[in-house]
Design a protein around this ligand. Structure first.
Ligand code: GLV
Length: 332
């Protein structure tokens, strides 16, 4: 096939050279900087020809974007979350949405447990204690065990279950709340189900593993923090938008909860002068749950394969709206 007869795709994600070569053998690639709208970047002929987009969470694919790209078949997100995409609008427009589930569970679970241990053992404070020379004046304050403490998981999908496995191995009691009971996890003795309020009230550490959607936006706020123990820590490696950040900051400032470990915020990148940056009971990370060399490679491999499959008419491994695929298969 000549380059001009290859299907046109936009790439708005970092592609390793070998993967770019594989993609270029089957598609005509247009690079669009991450976060920039493909519809507003391409010229009319390119918009008309575009069949696939490989993008990160920075690229917002909303109804107007979809309307401007009449031949678009697939948006392959280089992320497991897909809150940057209007999935109902994509489904209406017959555009398949793909993501990268499974390959990042362990990395995100590692970071979650890392934040938990960091909070329990005050590792950030300990680092400052040594660097400032305070150690010469006496021993560092005692911290707390995690063994025997209760970890509450809000959300029991793949990542929640991986966190439960690791926490069990560390001797923690694990409880969870989810839309549906995870009977397998209960049978395996990984975690026990609790009603939502009981989860907040009983947890020594409350970790969030739910997606951001219109129904979960700002679902955790003053009411939930006031249910928590004053000694409890809040951990979020999911999405900043599931929490009412102003109310969380108030709870952290006034001792309603003991502290927080946050990999995600409502505004990313978080500006250095943001109120969260001045709280000493908060440990912050730069949305790096999946940001290891190995995991990001597995994610981009899956995202690129999803794109190639959808463009080539093969069923992709990870579809967010499989109804679009099934409707297409039924018509074919
Ligand atoms: C990261 O946040 C992801 O959704 O993959």
């Amino acid at each position: 096939m000549s380059a001009s007869s290859l299907p046109t795709v936009v790439v708005s994600a970092p592609l390793p050279a070998d993967l770019r070569e594989r993609l270029a053998a089957r598609c005509s690639i247009i690079d669009v900087p991450a976060g920039q709208s493909p519809a507003q970047t391409l010229d009319a002929a390119q918009r008309e020809a575009l069949v696939g987009i490989l993008c990160t969470m920075k690229t917002r694919i909303q109804r107007d974007e979809l309307a401007a790209l009449p031949k678009l078949k697939v948006v392959s997100n280089f992320a497991v979350g897909f809150d940057n995409i209007d999935v109902p609008a994509a489904t209406e427009a017959n555009v398949l949405v793909c993501n990268t589930p499974g390959v990042l569970d362990k990395a995100v679970a590692d970071l979650t447990l890392g934040l938990l241990i960091c909070l329990a053992r005050n590792m950030v404070g300990g680092d400052a204690f040594v660097r400032s020379g305070q150690w010469a004046r006496g021993a560092a304050p005692l911290t707390s065990d995690i063994r025997g403490k209760t970890l509450g998981l809000l959300g029991m999908g793949r990542i929640g279950r991986e966190v439960a496995r690791m926490a069990c191995a560390l001797g923690m009691e694990v409880i969870y709340h989810n839309r549906s009971h995870d009977e397998a996890a209960e049978r395996e003795g990984l975690a026990q189900y609790r009603e939502r309020d009981a989860l907040f009230a009983e947890s020594d550490f409350l970790s969030v593993h739910i997606p951001l959607s219109p129904s979960t936006r700002h679902g955790i706020g003053k009411r939930e923090f006031s249910l928590m123990k004053p000694s409890a820590y809040f951990i979020n490696t999911a999405r900043g938008g599931v929490v009412n950040e102003a109310e969380m900051i108030e709870a952290l400032k006034t001792g309603v909860i003991a502290g927080a470990g946050l990999d995600v915020m409502e505004t990313e990148p978080l500006p250095g002068d943001h109120p969260l940056c001045s709280l000493s009971n908060v440990v912050l990370q730069a949305h790096v749950g999946s940001a290891t060399v190995e995991t990001r490679r597995a994610m981009i491999d899956l995202a690129a394969q999803n794109l190639l499959d959808a463009v080539g008419g093969t069923k992709p491994a990870a579809m967010v709206n499989p109804a679009v695929w099934e409707a297409g298969a039924a018509k074919a």
